[in-house]
Design a protein around this ligand. Sequence first.
Ligand code: GKR
Ligand code: MG
Length: 441
Amino acid sequence: MVPIIEKMEVVPVAGRDSMLLNLSGAHEPFFTRNIVILTASNGEEGIGEVPGGKKITQILNESQDLVLGTPLGDYKKVIRGVKKRFSELDSKGRGLQTFDQRVCIHAQTAIETAFLDLLGKYLKVPVAALLGDGIQRKKIPVLGYLFYIGDRKKTDLPYVKGEGAEDSWERLRREPALTPAAVVRLAQAAYERYGFTTFKLKGGVFNGETEVATIKALHQAFPMAKLDLDPNGSWSLKQAIRYTKSLKGILHYIEDPCGAEDGFSGREILAEFQRQTHVPVATNMVDTNWRQMAHSLTLGAVSIPLADPHFWTMEGSVEVAKICQAFSLNWGIHSNNHFDISLAMAIHAAAAAPGEIYAIDTHWIWQDGQNLTKDSYQIKDGFISLKQDSVGLGVTIDRQKLIQAHRLYIQNTCDQRNDARPMQYLIPNWRFDPHRPALVR
Ligand code: GKR
Ligand code: MG
């Protein structure tokens, strides 16, 4: 008999973070996630991870009646049910912040992933084998995601200190990095530990000239590396063209260089940008659902849709890859701070994505060591490999660590992300402005 779901646990968790800077402000000392664990009648557990925050926790809990008692094979009916019940909450789209503020789509993904994990275990195949046309590759290229880091000593917030750590990445990732040279040192430390050949710099922090100088410094230190700069749409079209032209031959691609302006949509502006610069554009801001994808394709606005499974669903993310293949686009993945369950999700989506893929985003290097599973995937030489003979997501929840992460969430009265709070220590009364880099006030 096909197993049915007997139990659904929804566990909000927190982990430690550095004072990473971006257009939305500075990361708080704790990042939050929601973990779903489904237990089936065969005794197996299936897991999923999505962004944190009480709203998502609540939707997940209010979906219990749709999930419980469902046979594994019927999981798509459950996902449809969650969508029908809660999708109105996402009607305003992802919002203007650098991070996605939708909630229903994340709940759908959490439940879908936990089902896929169970289904993979039941059928004795990896999750990637169940997505799209199955496994397309077993080695997934991963990029080194670099940030400017604020000075935690200017706050009284409980950020982790890097002092005393022996590994240079371990040490540097917790200390301020506010100059091109400091970012190069971060890249070197990340390279030594993970072997990246693609780096992405999170921009939208300093003025464009400074961020251009940082990319040039990275190019000098890593002349063979592929480089991406992501100011999260904060530049005007004019600025974006100027800065990008000054990085000709240095930038491999650019991410959300500009967005909506003068009555034109972000997609229209990106289409103009691509026509004028011939530099491929990635986005996690203006091509984030099927309706936006339709407009984006019509306009030729985007070359690399970053199909993060957390906001496209696992199956949706692979469907985006099929579209990319048909339209000669490249597929990539976007990320936010996450634990190792999300890392596994990204790896399986990328393993199943047909066509050309770009090195996938992951924030994992900032969290590495704070595992919620007993057997996390490892980054080696800039790649993560699917595990030999593993089934489902290929990771097993570590209950002890889960309890600790839940405690951290409760003890620090965590909720969803708020980057303005720490930023106000650096600049009093700081407010988010989608068109002004965080430190330009
Ligand atoms: O973690 O600060 C951050 C990023 O700014 C993140 O929120 C973005 O969603 O990584 C993301 C991006 O590519 O825009
Ligand atoms: Mg981005």
